[in-house]
Design a protein around this ligand. Sequence first.
Ligand code: ADP
Ligand code: MG
Length: 370
Amino acid sequence: MDGLDAGPGFDELFGVPPVVFAEAPGRINLLGEHTDYNGGLALPSPLGLWTRVELRPMPGGQVRAFSTLAGGPVEGALDEPRRRGDWLDYVLGAALVLRKAGHRVGGFAVRIASEVPPGSGLSSSASLLVALLRALRTAYGLPLSDLELAERAQQAEVEFVGAPVGLMDHLVISLGRPGEALLLDLGARRFEAVPLPPGGEMAVLDSGLRHHHADGASYAARRAECERAAALLGVPCLGVLGEGDLPRLSALPPELARRARHVITEDERVLAAVRALRAGHWSALGALLVQGHVSLRDDFAVSLPEIDLLVEMACAEADVLGARLCGGGFGGAVVVATKAGQARQVAEQVVGRYRQSTGRPGAVLWPPGG
Ligand code: ADP
Ligand code: MG
């Protein structure tokens, strides 16, 4: 992957050396999509692609930021913050939520280098925020647990950037460990490590179609539909419902019933996926991925024809156990479960065919090439 060494260094940008270095990974989500803001279950895992942050506190309340992916340096003021509608909002937001929580955070210069592609469903936004918050925690010696840090990262994204995202990405990026998935119960705020067993591997394929949660009317619309469904059913959130409640959905308008059915069945798939991983049954996990995709496509309506095609092409490969859309949808990436040792090769084959048939710039995002 390129990206981490691209562009000017910190000293060159700001005329002084950095004093703090921090990093955070991207993530994939094995299963449990659009469940986090419904108080449901999810099963994400950190990915070995990184956002790296070098930072130096500066006198005054100015923030100066450079990103290898977004350019700069650009400047913003912590004392008179206003939403700009661009990537600097994430940087200002990270500092502002800390201030709001009573921490003393001043101006700073920051250089961000990232290999997590934005808008691909690998959660570049949470990766960026967790890396920034880790750097600020060290730079200002803040008493902030990893759990609180995840909560602040989500708060920055919701309150300052204006993207109504759930807590899943921030939790797994702040608390997860490589080689493990994290079973998250977003309703109970409980989490549990689930080691990835031998016998299988994950690949991530980029569809070449981008989404932006910060201006994602569609993501917000799905969230609002879930809230309406929960209100009509008289429950605080859809995550409290189980399979036994499926018959109740017939009381809802058909579209809302489909949204609610996705959330309920997705929770069951997450639990089944945990059982499959614990038993080392990668093929069972693969089958659950396919069921998850069908639910995202038909019930939650967040897929696109190109994404469906990419999933189909992946599943046609002998060494593929299953595949599905990963992330919020309306573009982004597809996660694929393959037999052990096959992920890179299969991913390249599938992406090659996808490019040929759609003309889209598909790419293999994971695993990294030789
Ligand atoms: P995702 O989190 O799935 O990648 P989002 O739409 O939630 O997609 O977040 C992408 C946005 O996050 C980008 O448009 C940009 O504003 C910001 N972002 C992410 N990574 C970086 C980075 N390395 N440098 C600057 N901005 C970034
Ligand atoms: Mg995001």
